[in-house]
Design a protein. Structure first.
Length: 467
């Protein structure tokens, strides 16, 4: 469709320009600026901060009193300078740590990070636990330090990085006997987080290709439990922004991130909206609520095709605004608008919760209200799904009865001149149309123009009119 081509071009323009703008700004700025700002906040005049020098690189801080100008009162350093290999969920977490000559952590400030904002809203509280601890002690998560709920990877990265960098500084700059870092055992690849997403996608794909409703619900339930409740990790605009910013997590500590991104992209390019249709935890929640509404015989909220078509542009608007805003401000906090992040992070402002509750209530009355009209990552997935290799097509025996149009729960089918047209970016591959077609003329077929044009078939008509 021309509409989808146009939206894809806008997306690419915003994504590429935004990413270039972000990297240009990054090349102009460096951490020194952030470090100086944090140092000004910590030291208000009684101490003098010397320029960053030495190996390991650090700021030496001396008493500002003229009688004691040579008394070292603290050293400050950027943890990233000493532990660049330690990454959080989505890349390095840079902190400014201040340590007394005796090895006590005096202060610690966040300089920069790329973690999902909805999950690390308590990062400042979390790092304040380090204050007052001696660097010779241990910093084990869950024992010495309480982690951030639902952000274990971030908490672990911070604890390891503070522990390791502080001990390095203590040993090399302050000549203290601080022992070895407590949490610095080499990380091993967690194969379970490669196998589980693979199984999840396999179940979803088998459900789509085998028209198996049970497998589809099984995948939705597994997605809800595994991705939603246990891992709190979903396909989101945050990943899109981080890819544009070239911020990637460590594969060994976070293989799920890579599996989710790769499997979603592959399934989009081959079949279409497998993730949205059969895996997304928020989609499962919305569908259950919708079916509950029907069970209770509450009146369904229906919109005409015209209203639905127009309202769908809203989610593309949300996608473009969130992308542009994220690249402008230099992090993905604009993605906090994603209702599923709020729900599964279980944290939001009152306004955020009111928004999620509003969306969930609407889901009771309208099938996947959020997905259809508002979800920015659903909009992006749709643009890729439009170009998938295999799609549902109609055979030439189609009699134009319109049953498929009536049963499609997302209104992705429209009858034009007695021929059904599928809006592929909206199709969640639920197979309702395939199942209910009285003539059984719907099927998955390799796309797209070339073979249809060669044979001048009904699919050709469908596609041409679709444009
Ligand atoms: S549109 Fe958004 S919320 Fe809906 S299934 Fe897709 S990612 Fe999930
Ligand atoms: S009923 Fe609609 S959403 Fe389901 S497979 Fe058919 S076109 Fe796609």
């Amino acid at each position: 469709m021309k509409k989808n081509r146009f939206l894809s071009i806008i997306f690419l323009a915003i994504f590429c320009t935004g990413a270039l703008y972000y990297h240009f700004r990054q090349s102009q700025s460096n951490d020194i600026h952030l470090e100086n700002k944090a140092l000004q906040d910590v030291f208000t005049g009684a101490e003098k901060v010397h320029p960053k020098l030495g190996s390991p690189p650090r700021y030496d801080i001396y008493q500002a009193h003229p009688d004691n100008p040579e008394v070292l009162t603290a050293v400050a350093f950027n943890t990233y300078d000493l532990t660049p290999e330690i990454k959080g969920y989505a890349g390095p977490i840079k902190l400014l740590a201040v340590i007394s000559p005796e090895g006590t952590i005096r202060d610690i400030r966040v300089l920069k990070h790329s973690e999902t904002p909805a999950y690390v809203f308590t990062l400042d509280d979390f790092i304040s636990q380090f204050k007052g601890k001696n660097i010779a002690g241990s910093f084990r998560l869950g024992k010495d330090i309480d982690g951030i709920t639902r952000a274990t990877m971030t908490s672990e990265a911070v604890a390891r990085s503070v522990d390791k960098s502080a001990k390095k500084i203590g040993r090399q700059a302050l000549k203290l006997d601080v022992g070895d870092p407590s949490g610095d055992q080499p990380k091993t690849l967690s194969y379970i987080h490669i196998i589980l997403p693979l199984l999840l996608f396999m179940a979803a794909v088998c459900g789509v290709l085998g028209r198996n409703i049970f497998l589809r619900w099984l995948a939705l339930l597994a997605g809800f439990i595994y991705l939603g409740l246990i891992k709190s990790t979903m396909v989101s605009v945050v990943q899109l922004v981080n890819i544009g910013m070239l911020k990637f997590p460590d594969f060994v500590t976070n293989p799920l991130w890579y599996c989710l991104v790769v499997l979603t992209l592959l399934s989009l390019m081959i079949l279409g909206m497998v993730y949205c249709g059969s895996i997304c935890p928020f989609a499962g929640v919305q569908e259950v609520l919708f079916h509950l509404g029907r069970k209770l015989k509450w009146k369904e909220l229906k919109f005409s095709h015209e209203v639905t078509q127009r309202a769908r542009y809203v989610k593309f608007g949300v996608l473009f605004v969130v992308l542009a805003a994220s690249f402008m401000i230099g992090n993905s906090s604009a993605a906090n608008i994603e209702a599923f992040l709020i729900l599964f992070a279980a944290h939001a402002s009152q306004a955020g919760w009111a928004f999620v509750v509003f969306i969930l209530v609407l889901s009771v009355f309208h099938f996947r209200f959020w997905c259809k009209f508002l979800c920015p990552i659903g909009a992006f997935n749709g643009l890729l799904a439009d170009k998938s290799i295999y799609k549902i097509h109609f055979g030439p025996e189609c009699g134009g009865c319109g049953v498929c149009d009536k049963v499609c729960p997302v209104g992705a089918i429209q009858m034009v001149d007695d021929k059904p047209l599928i809006d592929y970016p909206e199709c969640i591959l639920c197979n309702q149309c395939v199942e209910k077609c009285p003539k059984e003329v719907l099927f998955f077929k390799k796309s797209f123009h070339k073979s249809a044009q060669q044979r001048g078939s009904t699919e050709q008509d469908t596609l041409t009119k679709h444009d």
